[in-house]
Design a protein around this ligand. Sequence first.
Ligand code: XIL
Length: 340
Amino acid sequence: ESLKDAFEKDFYIGVALNGGIIDQSDSTSLNVVKKEFNSITAENIMKSAIIHPKLDSFNFEMADKFVALGKTNDMHIHGHTLIWHSQLSPWFQDIEDSLEFKSATENHIKDLALHFKGIVNSWDVVNEALNEDGTLRNSIFLKKMGADYLSLAFKWTSEIDPDAKLYYNDYNMTNPEKRQGAIRMVKKIQEQGIKVDGIGMQGHWHLNSPSLEEIEQSILEYSKLGVQVAITELDISVLPNPWDLEGAEISQNFENSEKMNPYTKGLPDSVQIQLANRYKDIFNIFLKHKDKISRVTFWGLGDGQSWLNGFPIRGRTNYPLLFDRNLKPKAAYYSIIGLK
Ligand code: XIL
């Protein structure tokens, strides 16, 4: 029994892979990935700064290992991500002229889509284009190309690989204002006759937020667009959320404070159980709407590998995933499997 067996008839169960798993140096982790998951996303190595470091050169080595791993193990391969303002290759910033920027962006998308055509099953075409109030983020793409960059990105990708499923992916997609913005954005693309296949809701969630109602309502509203919903980048932080604090407090001051880093000596049983219940509750919603959900992807394998140990405050000890620091399944793992 494994996660992928348990949810086989419902949706893909995915995991983000770090470099050590992709280059197979971390064989312990790799074995757990193969046993438990049937979909993979590269945590970093397909981002523009890494895969397309210079305007005229690509660095496909790790990405090719990543997709080979997926193929060999018969997994759904998700590409992350074609257009994103972060971990952005420096050459984007260096192009002054708008037309040149547009054609370089087109080439970036098309070269990647072509290289992985028929191999990458789905793409995050655009990542994190929205502000919290639902307006468009003033990224370099918006500045240089205007709002058209969104529909163009989807059009260019589908021209090269019409069979790949194309997603818009973002965080806080349960926030009602941002949700309305995402819906407006996708509708505009669809109205131009350009396809969007799915919405990715990054699941960087917390023990108490977002509410189960917000999660469920968001899944329902997005699927009304006629798209699939993927829960991407799922991890549930057990630590106090610094974004909840006043701006001035979100600072280095908290780096060593016990208030922001309370579980350095291990996770208390009570919180372990809280986390398991939280995972159970959200998976209950996913199962209720399994016809609308294509994939649930965890952002990392074991707690020791999670980016949340370093974000948004460095040096914290977090416990957001299903496997502990020794890659043993946690109570959260059994609470999810127990639903089946
Ligand atoms: C994160 C990775 O997990 C880290 O290793 C890296 O240092 C920064 O990026 N939203 C996304 C992901 O779409 O690509 C980010 O991944 C987490 C937030």
